[in-house]
Ligand binder design. Structure first.
Ligand SMILES: Nc1ncnc2c1ncn2[C@@H]1O[C@H](COP(=O)(O)OP(=O)(O)OP(=O)(O)O)[C@@H](O)[C@H]1O
Ligand SMILES: [Mg+2]
Length: 266
């Protein structure tokens, strides 16, 4: 069974895209066939692999026109185990295009069904909002992963995300689970980082991943070179931390599966 993980936080600039790209690369590094899908009109995950001019069709075509299959838009990357479902600015129109369609929240789920057999992991990068794109991601997913920036007021806004999560769990996708919360942009030298780490831990408790992603300029630079941190700076803290995070992600996904099987058998 493929693990489908939405990376979401409606707050902007908290490390969703950096996490989606480098967690995907780290999963591939661990031998998992991984598909990274970019659902953000800003297309930052896409630009980290391709120039905009190289993208002829994108997730917009898949979600707005049932004749375009997901297989048709998926692009390879330099890593043979890592694939990309590209995003584009046109995704910003999706809400308008799908208005009034009763199955609008299910477009991604339907499009993904035929390709799941080809991947161990699908990672979904989402925009900083809780609109139709993030809802499509959550409806199609098995898990939610929330990056939270180690900064004051970091937890504000996660309320709305968790409320959306509960609503999607209540009806269209009762199998959805919180995989975990990961602290990003952590700076060991600042009290802000330490204080907010304590606060995040007290709110999210055991769902918090042990691995923290520290602030590291290499993570900021790598997309400009069309590389992930694993090839751009393999010994940097960012590479080490995202590999560790991938280890924790795989462990949690597999534990989840084991409890599922146990529940099914009972
Ligand atoms: N650990 C890190 N160390 C240094 N810079 C980082 C780190 N994580 C992210 N950044 C930088 O911070 C900025 C915001 O990160 P990113 O784009 O991943 O956030 P986002 O949540 O996807 O933003 P948006 O909400 O706009 O989609 C980017 O310039 C990115 O390169
Ligand atoms: Mg982003």
């Amino acid at each position: 069974m493929t693990a489908i993980i939405t990376v979401a936080n409606q707050k902007g600039g908290v490390g969703k895209t950096t996490t989606a790209i480098n967690l995907s690369a780290a999963l591939a590094h661990r031998g998992k066939r991984t598909l990274l899908i970019d659902l953000d009109p800003q297309a930052n995950s896409t630009i980290a692999f391709y120039d905009t001019g190289e993208i002829a069709t994108s997730m917009f075509d898949v979600l707005s026109d049932s004749r375009t299959t997901l297989t048709a838009v998926i692009k390879p990357t330099k890593d043979p185990l890592l694939f990309l479902g590209p995003g584009r600015l046109s995704l910003a129109k999706l809400e308008q295009v799908l208005a009034g369609q009763f199955d609008a929240p299910f477009k991604l789920k339907d499009a993904m069904t035929p390709v799941l057999k080809d991947y161990d992991y699908v990672i979904l990068d989402t925009p900083p909002s809780l609109g139709i794109l993030t809802v499509n991601a959550l409806v199609a997913s098995t898990h939610l992963l929330v990056p939270i920036q180690a900064a004051y007021f970091a937890i504000e806004g996660t309320d709305d995300l968790l409320e959306t999560y509960e609503r999607i769990r209540a009806r269209p996708n009762p199998g959805l689970k919180v995989l975990g919360v990961v602290i990003t942009l952590f700076d060991r030298r600042t009290n802000i980082s330490k204080d907010t780490h304590g606060q995040i831990r007290s709110v999210f408790g055991e769902v918090l991943f042990k691995t923290k992603i520290t602030k590291n300029v290499r993570l900021e630079e790598s997309p400009a070179y069309k590389e992930t941190i694993l090839t751009f700076a393999p010994k940097s803290p960012g590479a080490v931390e995202y590999k560790k995070l991938a280890g924790e992600v795989i462990q949690r996904v597999e534990e989840n599966r084991a409890t599922h099987h146990a529940e099914d058998a009972a």
